[in-house]
Design a protein around this ligand. Sequence first.
Ligand SMILES: [Cu+2]
Length: 374
Amino acid sequence: MRELLKSLTILSALLFTFTALSEGEFVVDGMVFGMPEARVFQEDYEGPPVVGDTLTLLPAIAPLEYEGNVTHEIRIDTFVQEIEIAPGVRFNAWTYGGAVPGPVLHVREGDRVVFRMANRSDEEVVVTDPTSGGSPFMEQLAASDYQGALPAVTPMPHSMDFHAGTVAANDKWRSIAPGETIEFEWVANYPGVYIYHCGTPMVLMHTAMGQYGVVVVSPRDGFPTDDRVDREYAVVQSDFYLSSGANGLHQFDAVAAFDKHASQVLFNGHRNALSEQPLEANAGERVRIYFLNAGPSLTSTFHVIGAIFDVVYYEGSPENVQRGVQSVLLGAGMGAVVEFIVPEEGEYYLVDHEFADKEKGAVGVLRAGPRTTN
Ligand SMILES: [Cu+2]
């Protein structure tokens, strides 16, 4: 019966994809490959730098309010913002969309993403204007402004590498100059929790300067625990390599970066991101966290103090199931879906259990209210 269902699923996927394939695309094992060539061009664009219904600001993740598969036409521009990542620590970050980490993208396995990015690193882009619209991300960023973003300019080539996509990197992930726009497509062939990041040399510097974010590809048929999840959040850990510089701003410290000697290790891009605004839940609820360790260079041993992960979908695949897990070990650029049941009312600290990294900032809070049902 299970095999029959699987065959039917693959058959329906095939039927869908055959009707939606572009020239040159082909299907292997129900997955779509052979995307059209990327286009690089110049455009006259002054709209919101992030566009798309399923792009949100951490820790939010957009619900997928559609059946089956769709095509997402999304835009994430890259540009510079002076931001705060800890009290007294501001630097000119190279951002996707104006925040570090960039927007959370949520799609479903089998969905197609038509992605557009303008390199606006030579342009002052304002992201705190409440009318900027275009995506939940822009509205949430304008409302929260938790990094105190100010426009800045550092013209520089940049690129975009989505680990959730399977394409020829030399084509789709190519660098574009300031003033250029790139557009390309990929199909989310595998479910998972994936990093996206800039792949322009020196990649260590571009990622340490802030160019990364998370893509969640939900399984075509969901996770087995979907019906029991009460809350879901996205958390991204990342490491920074900054030292004091001119004008009161911090700057990239290349020696520290090569030595993996982080100055800050943070959840969601700010020392206080998850303590000034704790995650919320109630006793007895099942909480799901889509967790990404963006790196660029450190491992993470993600743990929630007082809880045990009831289930872990390692790398975000429903096939990679672990049960009763105290911590999840993730190298740089790896992710997981973790779920735990909140045992009672109280405060639960999210930490990197490599405690030097916790002391450098990798700590947050989930605040649990009392049990609301029996
Ligand atoms: Cu870059």
